[in-house]
Ligand binder design. Structure first.
Ligand code: 5GP
Length: 184
């Protein structure tokens, strides 16, 4: 494990197995339809890339980037669109793909914003769900894993843009974000 990790929360194999299950479930639910997967940058990038390879119906991609935690580990509150979709989603079956739902503020904003563009349907798929810190009610249609109230990194999730490339998800040692050295 990376030295900045306290413990591995989700092993590479465990993630792969669950991502396959989610992909197959999604493919079944969207049988006969085309799907527009909207990945939320940058955290969901790796999850999205793996997930779509297990979805056997036609999948198109688009991406959005929104401001969330920035360089700290606390919620910023306000959500701002940094990058918007490239195409009009009216009439499309949209699946929002997120890395983690924490307070739910980001997702709740995104769902409201995307819903106003009149997609044929809108569902949400998140790799991780941290329900302990939920502040707003959001519907999550597909979830990979429920995680405890700890700051996690790896498999796309970062701290200060680091650790995204780790193939597993680990709990970050608090000393790292409380002023310790980044061992990158
Ligand atoms: P929410 O708006 O639900 O509070 O936050 C969602 C965003 O916060 C996620 O997309 C992610 O960028 C960030 N976030 C929340 N919890 C964690 C965590 O444990 N680790 C990392 N790396 N990011 C997190």
């Amino acid at each position: 494990m990376h030295p900045d990790g306290e413990r591995v929360l989700l092993e590479e194999e465990e993630i792969r197995k669950r991502v396959r299950e989610l992909g197959e479930q999604i493919a079944g639910d969207y049988a006969g339809k085309e799907l527009l997967a909207v990945g939320i940058l940058k955290g969901a990038m790796i999850f999205l890339a793996d997930l779509v390879r297990f979805i056997s119906v036609p999948v198109f991609f688009d991406f959005m980037a929104v401001s969330s935690y920035g360089k700290s580990t606390g919620p910023s509150g306000a959500v701002r669109i940094l990058k918007d979709l490239e195409r009009d989603i009216e009439g499309c079956h949209v699946l929002v793909v997120e890395d983690i739902v924490d307070t739910g503020l980001t997702l709740s904003y995104l769902v409201g914003n995307l819903q106003s563009r009149r997609p044929a349907s809108l569902k949400v798929c998140t790799l991780l769900d941290k329900p302990a810190r939920r502040r707003v009610d959001v519907v999550v249609d597909y979830r990979g894993f429920v995680v405890p109230d700890r700051f996690v990194v790896g498999y796309g999730l970062d701290y200060n843009e680091c650790y995204r490339n780790l193939p597993y998800v680990m709990v970050l040692r608090p000393a790292v974000y409380k002023g310790g050295n980044l061992n990158v």
